[in-house]
Design a protein around this ligand. Structure first.
Ligand SMILES: CC(C)(COP(=O)(O)OP(=O)(O)OC[C@H]1O[C@@H](n2cnc3c(N)ncnc32)[C@H](O)[C@@H]1OP(=O)(O)O)[C@@H](O)C(=O)NCCC(=O)NCCS
Length: 166
């Protein structure tokens, strides 16, 4: 894993992104949600959906690329981190922080506001707190088939750069 790189999406990554996403839900998120919720959640994943989101919502993806294996991904639109999932084989090693910081920097360079919002899973809440986010409110997310999951709406506010003094 020493040769990994963190980079923007390249065509074809969507297959590995889907695999990391599915495994992350089935093997990491599963400890905090009911099996029926996990089945619905993981069952919705399909590579073409990331491509569609890039085209219709302008979502930008970043990936951890370990010699062609996608170890995790981040997806952002201005002011909002949409998706952030680590493949279980790459979790707990400090790599998520590096991937997040790269995607976050890119997002904030393209975001007019000084805030970043996230709909966080129960699982990811402590991670996002380490990244500087605070819980705004507890909420629910409803999947297309009506399945409801508990989430946290979280926000990070960035301090403006201090003005240069001569
Ligand atoms: C949340 C997730 C991305 C964290 O990935 P990770 O590989 O464990 O994170 P890292 O190893 O890079 O840890 C980064 C920091 O977060 C902290 N952290 C991560 N998970 C934590 C937890 N459950 N409790 C406390 N701290 C945690 C680490 O201690 C580390 O702190 P430090 O950098 O200050 O030392 C990963 O668990 C995951 O993919 N979860 C499932 C997907 C998910 O729920 N995504 C959110 C969708 S919104």
């Amino acid at each position: 894993m020493s040769n990994y790189i963190i980079r923007r999406y390249q065509p074809g990554d969507e297959v590995g992104i889907a695999e990391a996403h599915r495994e992350s839900i089935r093997r990491i998120v599963a400890k905090d949600y009911a099996p029926q919720q996990i089945d619905v959640w993981a069952g919705r994943i399909a590579p073409e959906k990331y491509v569609d989101s890039m085209q219709t919502k302008g979502e930008t993806f970043w990936v951890l690329d370990d010699n062609g294996t996608i170890g995790g991904f981040a997806g952002w639109v201005p002011g909002c981190m949409y998706g952030f999932y680590m493949h279980p084989d790459y979790a707990g090693k400090g790599l998520a922080r590096r991937l997040f910081e790269a995607a976050e920097k890119d997002m904030m360079e393209h975001t007019p506001s000084n805030t970043c919002d996230i709909d966080a899973t129960i699982t990811a809440r402590p991670f996002y707190e380490r990244m500087g986010f605070e819980v705004v409110e507890q909420a629910k997310h409803t999947f297309g088939n009506g399945t409801v999951i508990d989430i946290f709406k979280m926000r990070k506010t960035y301090q403006p750069e201090p003005e240069q003094t001569k």
